[in-house]
Design a protein around this ligand. Sequence first.
Ligand code: NAD
Ligand code: 89V
Length: 347
Amino acid sequence: MTIFKGALIGCGFFSRNHVHAWREMSDVRIVALCDADESRLQAAGREFGIARLYTDAAAMLRDEALDFVDIATTVSSHRALVELAASAKVAAICQKPFARSLDDARAMVGACRNAGVPLMVHENFRWQSAIQAVGAALHGGVIGTPFWGRVSFRSGFDVFSGQPYLAEQERFIVEDLGIHVLDIARYLFGDVERLCASTSSVNPSIKGEDVATIMLSHEQGVNSIVDCSYATRLPRELFPQTLIEVDGSAGTLRLFADYRLQIHSGEGTEIRDVAPRALSWMSTPWEAIQGSVASIQAHWIDCLRSGLEPATSGRDNLETLALVEATYLSAREARSVDMSEFRKEAR
Ligand code: NAD
Ligand code: 89V
């Protein structure tokens, strides 16, 4: 069995999930860690028993023989690190948001293409067990031809205690969380022709917007609503659940709270439990996200073995990033946006 040797760059808040998930896989070894912050680096090395530690990614790429790097830093460092990996001819996974701008993202895709190395964006939400179950039912044709959908994430969860930088960003919910929800809409209903969005800021103690409502016209005829909020006080907090509704010509799908998927068709109505599997390192309420990390990383290794392009390759993610940019443009200029404005350059 080929063993794939990887290294993690960025040992912060979310990266522990990456390392735990890699350790689930018998054909992967994380041989080295890198973080510019020495104390975080040392702590991660101790926690995971990894001795080869670097504060400089270039030095790590020079000294280690790697099959891939897993970049789990925040967005401002993504372009430089992906280009560094490409110049060392090492395959790369890059956390979302892939890049600060579409121009940066295109340059990163180009660098990896020219170097002949695979590039995947760690866009994990579509890999959640519940979202995969909705996708399988929908794409399997159970409810006929879909014509309407809603992908909804509404929460009052305090994301800022774990990720304080989120409170300081001029662009918050669409760039950080909406990016996942928009990607789910693409995964379910296909690429988008046109969108119209509005955003608002409810929480006065953060810089960016924390509510967004986006209406999407998809190329294959579905109209969908993507709505997300971090300002929503519910009787029971559902973080990080995404709820989904789809109407089709022959039935309906509903992903309710607690990972209950209702499928209604000519065959009758059934409710399936599509909750994430439990692994020892998971922690409440993060299980669905942690499970999706394990699934996307397993997909990456499948792709390295087969040579197939990952579902959320850098190239694919240009479309999701374009939806983020189009949402901000639509909200700012109070107009509907034709995606060809972005696509001309993005594809
Ligand atoms: P964090 O700030 O806690 O950790 C980032 C780490 O990267 C820090 O320790 C920092 O020192 C290090 N770093 C930054 N630049 C570096 C460089 N050039 N070389 C080496 N180390 C460097 O951030 P986080 O909350 O762990 O988030 C990291 C990324 O993960 C973000 O892009 C965030 O959006 C994303 N994220 C994704 C999910 C998801 O479900 N996909 C969830 C949470 C966070
Ligand atoms: O997935 C993310 O990027 C996270 C969270 C789910 C907390 O918004 O920032």
